[in-house]
Design a protein around this ligand. Structure first.
Ligand SMILES: Cc1ncc(COP(=O)(O)O)c(C=O)c1O
Length: 405
């Protein structure tokens, strides 16, 4: 047996620049959402190649607010949003928290993403939006999804939480729809520890998003005098009859602003984003190229010629030909020092909270299969090819020991 390595699932970096910014923020005593959050939003928008970015306190909030924006643009409470059955549970939760009903569609077992052929049959009079997820950074089939959305006049909101650096037919993921939500949680390629970002090319959407993150206030300028300086804001007492617009509430809102300390961490990490992405891509491509040796027992994602997978993590799905269980594989990897996570579940039929919607086990066979047979392991920038070789060698040894021909 080769020497045991440690392959943690994630890593965290707080750069010297971030630490310096945090000291400055603390010394100035201006810690709630202010100029560094604005700066992070600008740099994030540039990074993604989009007009507007609005920072919030988690990727889940980014999903919720992206959807809740639609209430100002024709959607009614109780309308339906089509989502893949398989995702991190935040996707389904977000639809409900935004005041919509999730309508689930099964995924494609090869891509882990929503199967576009299931979308049209799920559309009803009440459907307002489709929310594809780019799971494990693999782009969803956006051409097919956008074509259906155009035909039925639906909004498309990307859950791009896991998809930094993903490219679909030459265009960055996050720029392929009306609005997109990214997570800045610690496990993700760009992090503020906890945080999220909604991106869009529409200024009117961005304005509503800024209102939504702060209780639905009428105070929603992009450049904020109050939060970034101590100056008098000439717009403030311009509500009806000279009222303070900070206490005029235009819509049902949320409380999910990002703070300056989180922004400082994000600003440091944005500087090393390209190196982080390159390191993760090197690891991912190395493993994908060598994974065929485990067929037909284990599969991972494949990268097609018209896409670049955002290197979030390495999915591994135990196939029917295997004579072992997911639990035995995960436990073997963990005992060998390789941390694992399960590959999520079918939200409507394997996550208890959604039971009241009345779906039954068996309705989403692909999502359910992955929900009981999938894991994912780390690919992050703290790991290198030595660790990738170790993951491959450990899987090989596991199959030699556990697979009966
Ligand atoms: C697909 C997907 N959507 C939404 C989220 C929610 O992000 P957060 O954990 O930042 O709330 C995650 C989290 O990792 C995710 O993987």
């Amino acid at each position: 047996m080769s020497q045991q390595l440690r392959v943690p699932f994630g890593t965290i970096s707080i750069t010297d620049h971030s630490k310096h910014l945090m000291e400055e923020i603390l010394a100035a005593n201006r810690v709630s959402s202010g100029r560094y959050v604005r700066k992070l939003e600008d740099e994030f928008a540039t990074l993604i190649g989009i007009g507007q970015a609005v920072a919030v306190s988690s990727g889940t909030d980014a999903d919720v607010l992206a959807l809740a924006t639609l209430h100002d643009f024709g959607a009614q409470r109780g309308d339906e949003v089509i989502v893949p059955a398989l995702s991190f549970v935040a996707t389904g939760n977000a639809v409900l928290h935004a005041g919509f009903k999730p309508v689930f569609v099964d995924v494609d077992r090869r891509t882990l993403n929503i199967d576009p052929t299931g979308i049209e049959p799920a559309i009803t009079e009440k459907t307002r939006a489709i929310m594809p997820v780019h799971l494990m950074g693999k782009p969803a089939d956006m051409s097919a999804i956008n074509a259906i959305a155009r035909q039925y006049d639906l909004y498309v909101v990307e859950d791009a939480a896991e998809a930094y650096g993903a490219v679909y037919k030459g265009q960055p993921v996050g720029t392929l729809s009306d609005l997109a939500a990214f997570s800045l949680y610690v496990a993700h390629i760009l992090t503020t520890i906890e945080g999220g970002m909604v991106v869009t090319n529409r200024e009117d959407f961005a304005e509503v998003l800024r209102s939504l993150r702060s209780h639905g206030r009428a105070c929603k300028c992009k450049e904020c005098t109050i939060n970034t300086t101590s100056k008098y804001c000439p717009k403030r007492f311009q509500g009806r009859g000279g009222e303070d617009i900070r206490f005029v509430f235009e819509r049902i809102g949320y409380s999910c602003k990002m703070n300056e300390m989180e922004a400082a961490i994000g600003l440091g990490n944005i500087e090393s984003y390209k190196d982080t992405l390159d390191a993760r891509r090197r690891n991912l491509v190395y493993v994908l190229k060598r994974f065929g040796q485990f067929s037909p027992y284990l599969v991972t994602s494949e990268e097609s010629a018209d896409e670049t997978i955002g290197p979030h993590a390495i999915p591994i799905v135990v196939q029917e030909a295997a004579s072992f269980t997911r639990a035995s594989l995960a436990s073997y990897l963990e005992r060998s020092g390789i941390e694992t996570r399960t590959l999520f579940a079918s939200m409507p039929t394997q996550c208890a909270g959604f039971a009241y919607l009345g779906y039954e086990l068996g309705q989403f066979p692909n999502a359910e299969y992955i929900g009981t047979h999938g894991i994912h392991v780390g690919v992050h920038q703290g790991l290198g090819l030595e660790e990738m070789d170790y993951i491959l060698a450990t899987l090989k040894r596991f199959l030699e020991e556990h697979q009966t021909q």
